[in-house]
Design a protein around this ligand. Structure first.
Ligand code: AMP
Length: 215
């Protein structure tokens, strides 16, 4: 099964994609995680991407598309995948269709996580991420067992550079301007299913699993 999770920053795409991928035996592909890995290891791609990411702007399509194309060459995508954070605009959606067509494949389902702005800001400002395994926590909604330490691998947690109120506002504007048209793109393709993602991570996950089983 090949699934896209769509929704604004803070909709819970990363948290849900990680758990869902493990439960369904699918690869989890997060372009945000891949870009952050490049920034941390100081690659040329990371150096070019960093400024855009810190501002809350999108990284240029050519860079992200090339990175994604390479990720699709890995063997673990054979059983299917969950895309989180890609596509972010119509150009990327068309590029994705093209990459998959060349592999005689296509997207099966797009799940849109509908989330209110108040919930988004509360989630993003309280988010903490593991430096090593990338697991997400929240200081109130999903606190780690020991403060500042990852439950899974005991590495330190950090706050993303772009999880501050000002950058969150820019990211939401970018989302409204360039990512929201994806909703009609995938609705027209008959692939989009929506669900309300304002609730806790557990109940939202179960709603997603039911949707996937029905599709
Ligand atoms: P995320 O982890 O999905 O919230 O992404 C964090 C940041 O990485 C975004 O604000 C963008 O700067 C960049 N990014 C992630 N995915 C993409 C993408 N598909 N296209 C362009 N920029 C991206």
């Amino acid at each position: 099964m090949r699934i896209i999770l769509l929704g604004p920053p803070g909709a819970g795409k990363g948290t849900q994609a990680r758990v869902l991928a493990e439960r369904l035996g699918l690869a989890h592909i997060s372009t945000g995680d891949l870009l952050r890995q490049n920034v941390t290891s100081g690659t040329d791609l990371g150096k070019e991407a960093k400024g855009h990411m810190d501002e809350g702007a999108l990284v240029p399509d050519e860079l992200v598309n090339k990175m994604l194309g390479r990720r699709f060459d890995a063997p673990d995508i054979k059983n299917g995948f969950i895309l989180d954070g890609y596509p972010r605009n119509l150009n990327q959606a068309k590029e994705l269709d093209q990459i998959l067509k060349e592999k005689s494949s296509g997207i099966d389902l797009v799940i849109y996580l509908n989330t209110s702005e108040a919930v988004i800001v509360q989630r993003l400002t309280g988010r903490r991420v593991c430096k090593s395994c990338g697991a997400n926590f929240h200081i109130k909604n999903m606190p780690p067992k020991a403060e500042g330490i990852c439950d899974n691998c005991s590495s330190a947690l950090y706050q993303r550079n772009d999880d501050n109120v000002e950058t969150i506002k820019t990211r939401l504007q970018v989302y409204d301007n360039v990512s929201a048209p994806l909703i009609s793109y995938y609705t027209q393709a008959g692939k989009l299913k929506r669900l309300n993602a304002d609730g806790g991570a557990g109940p939202v996950l179960e709603k997603m699993v039911r949707l996937i089983k029905l599709s």
